[in-house]
Design a protein around this ligand. Structure first.
Ligand SMILES: Nc1ncnc2c1ncn2[C@@H]1O[C@H](COP(=O)(O)OP(=O)(O)OP(=O)(O)O)[C@@H](O)[C@H]1O
Ligand SMILES: [Mg+2]
Length: 278
């Protein structure tokens, strides 16, 4: 599990995180949503030991990330936001280097690499040079690499960014499979439907503050069930309604064109922050 208490981070003149607190239970799939610059990557970098916190505390499976750094690091695997595989190495060699860094003995390393390549459905690409893989394949290799030392917590920083809808779904299925094996998953994303589909709970992050933490259902229910989007002048206005009848009743009087639809998580974020996630 992950526990964060009053975590703050300052880079010189930027206050990137402003006293955030959060708990993610063992085996939970948790999504961390926010627009560009909200502080998502900073949070992950602190939790995985890549940068220092300024104040506050954080624990991975009970290990203090500052006082028990090595034990905390062993608990987690990281799939970073930018692809950082060695392009000149084969898929197998990329995983091999990582296994060596974690001090895995040769036999165990070889077994685990083959098992994970099979797991991410890339066993036929083991000897392919990484530079010859597609974007979706590279993401899957990064996930396999992060799982090599069998971490109990997996951090995924925008794991499907830039991928087409079909490949994105393939990665979602993989993420679900990893969770079903008991791994705690902490995921950041810009894709609201990704959070809605995958996560049991989400946190909304805005300018370094957590503005809400709840289930997608509860966050949406705060607004109602139905929404009407209307274009007025050069802006778009959205109204929310408890029932479809209520929405239809009111929309009879609208002269401009409008769209009736169900409330989504993006609405919940927008109403709490005044901005969109994208
Ligand atoms: N190494 C750094 N030095 C200085 N400022 C930084 C550094 N890393 C991040 N920041 C700043 O901290 C804030 C949060 O950045 P962060 O990368 O955590 O956001 P993010 O939510 O991951 O954004 P994105 O969705 O674009 O990935 C931003 O204002 C960013 O410019
Ligand atoms: Mg980021």
């Amino acid at each position: 599990m992950i526990r964060i208490e009053n975590l703050s981070k300052r880079y010189k003149n930027i206050h990137a995180l402003k006293s955030i607190s959060l708990q993610v239970a063992q085996g939970e799939l948790f999504a961390y949503l926010g627009p560009n610059g909200a502080g998502k990557t900073t949070t992950i970098r602190i939790l995985t030991g890549l940068t220092n916190l300024t104040s506050g505390k954080a624990f991975l499976n009970g290990f203090d990330i500052e006082k028990q750094t090595l034990d905390a690091k062993k608990q987690c695997g990281l799939v970073p936001q930018t692809i950082n595989l060695d392009q000149e190495l084969t898929v197998y060699e990329n995983l091999e280097v990582h296994g060596c860094l974690f001090g895995m003995p040769a036999r165990q390393r070889a077994e685990k690499i083959l098992e994970l390549l099979d797991y991410v459905d890339l066993d036929d690409r083991k000897d392919t040079l990484t530079k010859n893989l597609s974007g979706g394949m590279r993401r899957r290799i990064m996930i396999a690499r992060a799982l090599l030392h069998s971490p109990r917590i997996l951090f995924l920083d925008e794991p499907t960014v830039g991928l087409d809808a079909g490949i994105r779904r393939k990665i979602w299925a993989l993420i679900k499979k990893i969770q079903q094996n008991g791994t705690t998953i902490f995921l950041t994303t810009h894709y609201i439907e990704e959070a809605e589909f995958l996560a049991a709970r989400v946190a909304f992050l805005d300018e370094g503050n957590i503005v809400a933490t709840d289930t997608p259902e509860n966050l949406k229910a705060r607004l109602g069930e139905w929404a009407i989007d209307r274009v007025s002048e050069d802006d778009m206005k959205t109204q929310y309604f408890k029932t479809m009848e209520e929405a239809k009743d009111l929309s009879r009087h609208y002269e401009d064109s409008f769209t009736l639809r169900r409330v989504n998580l993006e609405d919940a974020f927008l109403s709490l922050t005044g901005k969109t996630v994208k």
